[in-house]
Design a protein around this ligand. Sequence first.
Ligand code: AP5
Length: 223
Amino acid sequence: MRIVLIGAPGAGKGTYAQIIRDKYCIPHISTGDILREEIAKGSELGLKVKSYVERGLLVPDEIVIEVVKRRLEQPDAANGFVLDGFPRTLEQAKALDRMTRVDAVIHLVISEEVAVKRLSGRRICPVCNRVYNIYYEPKPREDEKCDYDGAQLVRRPDDEPDVVRNRYKVFYETFAPIIDYYKKTGRLIEVDSNRSVREVYPALEETLRRDGILKLKPCREES
Ligand code: AP5
C-alpha cells in the first residue's frame, strides 16, 4: 500500500499516518519530521532548510525531492509507505510519480478554525515523534509526558499563531494544481477531517478497503 496524506496544517496527516504505521507496520515518511531532525542535528541539509521551516515557507523543490527520493530507496519502503507532507507542489507530485507508484492520495479536509485550535494544543514527543493534543484525543495519559517513553513533550516552534497563519497561506497557494493533478488520474480521496479521530480514522480505513487499496491485515493487536 503506497499512500499519500495531504491537507492543510493541522489536518491530521501525522496523526493518521502514525495509526496506519502502528497497525500495518509500514513506514510513516514525513518530510516535516525529516527536515526537523536534520535541523536538530545541525547537518548541512538542516542548515540549508532551517530558515524556511521556521518561517513556515516551503523548502525548495529540488531539496525536498532529493530527501524523499533517498528515503524511498531505503529497504523498509519497498512494500509500502504512508507519505505525509509530500507532495506540496505540482513539481513534487510529478517527481513522486517518477520515483514510485502511488495508489491513493487522501485529502484530509479541515476548516481553518478547527486546525488553528488543534495546532495550539499540539504536543510532540522529541524521542519517538508521537503527536498528542492537550485539548483533543490523543491526550497524553500523564501531563505533558509521552505514553511510550515518558519523555517531556514539546511544542513545535512553527505552531506559533503567526507562523501557522503563514503556513496556511503558503499551503493554499500551491494546493489547487496538486488536487487537479490527482483528480485527473483518479487517485484522489477526500475525507472530512473536522471530526474526532475516532470518527475520521474508521471512515478513512473503510474508504481504502472499499476501493481495494488497503488489503493488508493488521500486524499487531489494536490497543
Ligand atoms: P509539516 O511537518 O509537514 O507540517 P504541516 O503540513 O504544516 O502539517 P502539521 O504537521 O502541522 O499538521 P498535520 O496535518 O500532520 O496534523 P497533526 O496530525 O500533527 O511541515 C513543516 C514545514 O516543513 C513546512 O512548513 C515546510 O517549511 C517544510 N516542508 C515539509 N514538507 C515539505 C515539502 N514537501 N515541500 C517543501 N517544504 C516542506 O495534528 C495536529 C494536532 O491536532 C495534533 O495535536 C493532533 O493530536 C490533533 N488532531 C489531529 N486530528 C484530530 C482530530 N480529528 N480531532 C482532534 N484533534 C486532532
